[in-house]
Ligand binder design. Structure first.
Ligand code: FUC
Length: 810
């Protein structure tokens, strides 16, 4: 097997002509197609959080491209620049006096990490299933059943119907492939495991063993420091024979065939080969049906928590690529949006499971040895966006890998904080890897010391949604505090006496200085102030809840009082992105960092800070008027912004643009190239259109577009620990159910045109108060109880039931 073969992504030679038209799969929540993937970006993803595959579904030369999420090039090392701290005062002085170019010059030489970059997450390799050439097959279909987490391929060849099922099992930590046929003895297949580099494959008995070590040899090193890894494929035929021939396994005349793939790397310290062999021994004792049922149970436990119905579509019976094409030509397809939403949830639960690493820039799925941006962890938007849907779409435990990963960065981030800035706490710059990289990378824009702080806001969000105070005390608080300690020490007074971050950036944008030159290097960027405000407020709230650290709390409060404020441009009415009202050479820049306070932050809200919300809106409109949203993640962020501004039509138009311009046939988000953040940001945006809880209220259908006049959702989560379901018709709320997990007062907002006519607990009216704002009601909830809020007139409680007492009207 040559490297050229393994790389030949487009090779469809020997693939048969497809005839006939397979109907849609039984499962409605499925991506499905009438042809195999021509290219990697058309293949269908499976994953168990650690082990992933891209299934091409080819008839005669099936390819599964494989990933294991610990398989990264590089190694753990100290990347700090020992002299950095001695240059910091001069860099600050230069920035405060407007000598940005000179500051940049010094920073490039002395403030960057060494090395100033990370190495790539790599493909594990490929599993190939070669079958005899066929001239024609009929009724071909491949599908990704989201509800079961199974890829299926089926077709008819001559008189026989062939089926394949492929899934990545979390409970059994394996990729499982099942080939079956309705005629006995028809399964003949040659199996190969390959990798472009650093590996070899051996066949023996019924197994293939691929093993190797990434070549990572620093200058002068005698040995590679790269990870060792292994993959073991086991073939279990029913009937027929298996023979090992050199580097391949040949299966002949089987009625059915089960393939079990186990993988391991040395990342967690195991011997990968020994681990794979032992795990294969265990797997081969599990019957296929048992593996499948254990997988289905595990997958559905997470997947089925949320349902979403956005209404019918005339294209519901078409294959996914045809539906996407119709939207790309301007059509509306609410069902495709619901599918996209559930696909986002599927991707998260397939790429991020407790105990493992978080989803990277491509989630889990990467076919390259040198991936775009190394498929790393970018912390100036991308990694965080991956987790925007986690809590609201009820995949809270899938958020834990991010929190654990962030906690794992603390030792390295403390060293960088000390060596580069002389500060306590921990700092993370704009990207990281699995080796604890925390220093500035890539270029001058890498000097952005806010990554840890932003990541730490996720710890609080996890608490806000789950209400898990013990977890807050045990895991979240120290993380938040370490991130805040860094900023407390890092803040300095600017020439006007305001506390600011310095040096920093507004990721990754540039501005024009009064002398006409451009720069990106600055201090007190609006985003920094917003992230810091969010984190400090979270720390104050957590310390108050946990009754600890009064002095620390006082320092945070004091810093917030002295912090440079958010500013609205006198010239343009827009929210200023920087500390001064600079012009922007790239007004449609993909990053919209200064709007962090609007989303994902909550410093800017429509009713709490109307002037800032208006200024944020102007900034957003300006970005959009100049081509903003040209990358997938940028477009997805825009959906969330409009949702927070309660502009359903604008949110929807941008969601549609995400599908039209930034979505591949397999529904992967395209930067381009493939980058998974847009999938997650898009999924979060859809949720944000239907349910919000960032402003101290649960807001139902805050940004419902006219394209979804009727629909329902169940099982979404809101801050305060609520589980929320709702149903609407003709654009008006019919009813909502809130399951409380805490005893507290619930503030519930309904959309324009709807009013709460009653609140019930098990059919009995519950007293509620109507706010001066008629869209808002308040009532007491008790942990474990389910409350139903109904809108009139169709949802009005029947006359023989008492109405809720209202304080003003109702
Ligand atoms: C940041 C973004 C790019 C891309 C990369 C992975 O550098 O500005 O658009 O998303 O991360």
């Amino acid at each position: 097997m040559s490297a050229a073969d393994t790389q030949n992504n487009h090779d469809t030679t020997g693939e048969p002509t497809l005839v006939g038209q397979a109907g849609p799969p039984a499962e409605a929540m499925a991506l499905w197609y009438r042809q195999p993937a021509r290219d990697w970006i058309e293949a269908l993803p499976i994953g168990n959080g650690r082990l992933g595959g891209m299934v091409f579904g080819r008839v005669c030369h099936e390819r599964l491209q494989l990933n294991e999420n610990t398989l990264w090039d590089g190694h753990r090392q100290d990347t700090t620049h020992p002299d950095a701290l001695s240059y910091l005062p001069e860099v600050r002085r230069l920035l405060f006096t407007g000598h940005n170019a000179e500051a940049e010059e010094i920073a490039r030489q002395h403030l960057m990490g060494n090395p100033a970059g990370v190495k790539s997450y790599q493909s594990l390799g490929d599993l190939w299933l070669d079958m005899a050439a066929a001239a024609t097959v009929s009724d071909y279909r491949r599908e990704l059943d989201l509800d079961g987490g199974v890829v299926r391929v089926s077709y008819t060849l001559d008189d026989a119907h062939f089926t394949r099922e492929i899934f990545a099992s979390a409970p059994d930590q394996a990729i499982v492939v099942r080939l079956a046929c309705d005629r006995p003895g028809r399964i003949d297949v040659r199996l190969r495991l390959t990798r472009q580099q650093d590996a070899r494959c051996r066949a023996g008995g019924r197994r293939l063993l691929l093993s190797g070590q990434i070549e990572d040899r620093p200058e002068g090193a005698a040995q590679s420091l790269g990870l060792t890894f292994a993959a073991c494929l086991q073939a279990i035929p029913e009937g027929g024979t298996v023979t090992a021939e050199g580097e391949v396994l040949q299966v002949r005349g089987a009625d059915a065939l089960t393939l079990l793939l186990a993988t391991a790397t040395r990342y967690y310290g195991d011997d990968p080969e020994a681990h794979c062999r032992a795990h294969s021994d265990h797997l081969q004792r599990q019957p296929y049906d048992r593996l499948l049922s254990r997988h289905l149970e595990d997958h559905r436990r997470l997947f089925r928590r949320v349902t979403l119905d956005l209404g019918d579509s005339p294209n519901a019976a078409l294959p996914t690529d045809a539906r996407l094409a119709a939207v790309q030509q301007g059509g509306d397809d609410p069902g495709l949006v619901a599918l996209y939403f559930q696909f986002g949830r599927y991707l998260l639960l397939s790429s991020s499971r407790p105990g493992g690493l978080p989803a990277n820039l491509q989630g889990l799925w990467n076919e390259e040895m040198h991936a775009p941006w190394n498929s790393d962890y970018h912390t100036n938007i991308n990694l965080q966006m991956n987790y925007w849907p986690a809590e609201v779409t009820h995949l809270s435990e899938c958020h834990l890998p991010l929190l654990a990963y962030t906690a794992g960065l603390i030792p390295s981030g403390q060293r960088t904080a000390r060596v580069h800035y002389g500060c306590r706490g921990f700092v993370v710059h704009h990207l990281s890897d699995v080796w604890g990289f925390t220093t500035p990378a890539d270029g001058i824009w890498g000097i952005w010391p806010m990554g840890a702080a932003w990541l730490a806001t996720h710890a609080w969000e996890h608490y806000a949604f789950t209400g898990d105070r013990a977890f807050l005390a045990r895991h979240c608080y120290s993380l938040m505090k370490e991130a805040a300690l860094f900023l407390l020490d890092f803040l300095v007074e600017d020439p006007q006496g305001r506390l600011v971050t310095c040096p920093s950036h507004s990721p990754e944008n540039i501005f024009r200085l009064p002398d006409g030159s451009t720069s990106s290097f600055t201090y007190g960027a609006t985003m920094d102030l917003e992230i810091l405000t969010a984190l400090f407020r979270h720390c104050i709230a957590a310390a108050t809840l946990l009754k600890k650290d009064a002095a620390f709390r006082g320092q945070l409060e004091d810093a917030l009082r002295r912090l440079a404020p958010l500013q609205i441009s006198q010239k343009t009415g827009r929210l200023q992105e920087w500390i001064a009202d600079y012009d922007e050479p790239e007004p449609g820049h993909r990053h919209m960092s200064h709007l962090f306070g609007l989303h994902p932050g909550s410093q800017i809200t429509l009713r709490g800070t109307p002037e800032l919300a208006q200024a944020a809106r102007r900034s957003l409109e300006y970005r959009l008027a100049h081509g903003g949203g040209h990358t997938g993640w940028s477009r997805a962020w825009i959906v969330n912004f409009w949702a927070r501004l309660e502009e359903g039509e604008q949110a929807y138009a941008n969601l549609k643009a995400l599908l039209q311009h930034s979505t591949a046939l397999n529904l992967f988000d395209l930067h381009p190239p493939f980058q998974i953040d847009g999938n997650f940001g898009g999924t979060a945006g859809i949720a944000e259109m239907l349910l919000q809880s960032h402003a101290g209220e649960i807001s139902l259908l805050p940004a419902l577009p006219s394209a979804w006049p009727a629909g329902s959702f169940t099982g979404l989560r809101a801050r305060g620990g609520y589980f929320v379901s709702a149903r609407w018709k003709a654009g008006k709320l019919e009813s909502a159910e809130l399951q409380a997990t805490q005893t507290q007062t619930c503030a519930l907002r309904v959309p324009k045109g709807s009013t709460v006519e009653g609140v019930e607990l098990a059919g009995t009216a519950v007293p509620f108060e109507r706010d001066a704002d008629p869209a808002l009601v308040r009532f007491k909830t008790q942990a474990g109880k389910v409350y139903r809020a109904v809108n009139g007139p169709s949802g009005r409680p029947s006359a023989n039931r008492p109405h809720g007492r209202t304080l003003s009207g109702g």
